[in-house]
Design a protein. Sequence first.
Length: 265
Amino acid sequence: MRDHITGEDYELWDIVTDGPLVTTKKNAEGVDAPKTRADCTTEDLKKWEKNAKAKKWLVCGLGPDAYSRIQSCTTAKEIWDSLKVAHERTPQVKRTKGTLLYSQYENFTIKKGETIQEIYTRFTTLTNELKSLGRIILEEDKVEKILTRVLPVSWESKITAIQESKNIATLKLDELIGNLTAYELRRQTMKMDAPKKERKVQPSTNQGLLGNRPMRAATSVERAERRSRRKEQVQPKRNKGSTKAMVAAWGETSNEDSEDEVGDE
């Protein structure tokens, strides 16, 4: 709420916490009394304008229940006090809420698939809520928590590099997040490039396998057909009645069959 109002005009927050800008004049008895519209100067009207603007920015975005609760309030400070009581109830409730949020801070961890920027957003929201309740976390403690208790084990090399090259006591959280975000982008780029390199190597590997494929061995049926053809070529010599030719032919065939079988094997 404070950041929302001070972003418009820092003086408006003073009006919310300290009360409206006063425009008074001395009456007949010498006592300060509020000025009427007819008595206001240009400077007085600017003060009235700021008081009204503080109320407008304070009630902007309130729900029906909260708006009905502040109907009787006349100044921005009265509205703010009413909202604080309704929101925080009592100091005991405020302490309880602070304890709960601090427990969430202590157990803060990274979620599956969460990016560095998403971690930073959740972490900052939590620490800002603690700050609004009076629980301020030092910058050094925030940096150390992100490095040692939030980042996963896969970031160990990067964590060690930062601890060795940076002074953790003076390192700002924004600087740390920027460093981690840049490293995260480099890791994503490397993962995208890795499949491309594998696809370039794969075709040449397959081509080598195809080029070195062994020749198919002849089957037993093919070997039998070869022997049958050779016997038919020798058959005319056997019919001439020459025993010597027959023996020579059979010996030649036997040797050829043996050589054929050896070659097939």
